[in-house]
Design a protein around this ligand. Structure first.
Ligand SMILES: [Zn+2]
Length: 252
């Protein structure tokens, strides 16, 4: 099989043998995949320490057709993730991005725009961006690009326009805001301020780019809402979710 060249974010590494690693990558051109990096644990390997969590690399892969692991033959470091050097909050934010990418995307299903959004978010997180706001912007972009965007105007159940009251019922399992007629049918409802729904709508807009701005007064409610919505989509709670910022520090 021919070798293929792409860029990738390292999402996870697992020790495979004395000398090798299995590396989970989000590649820009081939989506998520797991590849065997032979000899990567040797002190003087050709990977030269490029396979750290959240590192961005130029990689050469030999793709395997069946369920077998792809083979990683080369990885050249483009950018190392330095969140850990700055704060625990930035480190956890980075871990959360990696976990979201692993849980939300399928193997060999490329989403170049999501890859680019992740690169932008990681740049903010290990740079000077606000990690709490950056994550909300990244999650909104990921949900939109993967076809999981919650409804903010139309009832997620019947499709009618939902009146903009001071607080609006949001049904995570149905997939967004719901109208008064459908409300009683929902398994679970979160009542959120209209300002929170409007902030979410802004973050979901296709033209939104990092760095995003999020109003501190709606942050906690929006964080809680997205937590529940993402749990509903995944059917499980992401491991890093309890470590996300509960409040938005002006300068985290
Ligand atoms: Zn309805």
């Amino acid at each position: 099989m021919a070798a293929e060249l792409t860029t990738a974010i390292v999402l996870r590494t697992i020790e495979f043998s004395e000398t090798s690693l299995v590396v989970h990558l989000l590649t820009r051109d081939f989506g998520q995949l797991a590849a065997l990096a032979k000899g990567a644990r040797r002190p003087k390997s050709s990977f030269e320490g490029s396979l750290d969590l959240l590192a961005v690399c130029r990689v050469v892969l030999i793709r395997k057709s069946s369920d077998a692991l792809d083979l990683l033959t080369e990885a050249k470091l483009q950018r190392r993730f330095r969140g850990a050097e700055k704060s625990l909050q930035r480190l956890y934010a980075g871990y959360y991005v990696a976990e979201m990418l692993r849980l939300l995307t399928d193997n060999h299903d490329p989403h170049p725009a999501l890859y680019d959004a992740a690169i932008d978010a990681l740049g903010q997180i290990d740079g000077t961006g606000n990690p709490a706001a950056t994550l909300l912007g990244f999650e909104a972009a990921a949900l939109r690009l993967l076809g999981h965007a919650p409804t903010t105007r139309q009832c997620a159940d019947c499709g009618n326009t939902v009146p903009r009251d001071r607080r609006m019922p949001f049904a995570p399992i149905a997939g967004g805001v719901v109208c008064p007629q459908c409300r009683s049918r929902q398994v679970s409802i979160v009542n959120v301020a209209v300002a929170t729904v409007e902030q979410l709508e802004q973050l979901l807009a296709p033209h939104t780019r990092q760095p995003v701005t999020v109003s501190a007064s709606v942050y906690a409610e929006l964080r809680g809402l997205l937590n529940r919505y993402i749990q509903a989509i995944l059917g499980t709670m992401p491991r890093m979710q309890p470590f996300l910022p509960a409040r938005m520090e002006p300068d985290a």
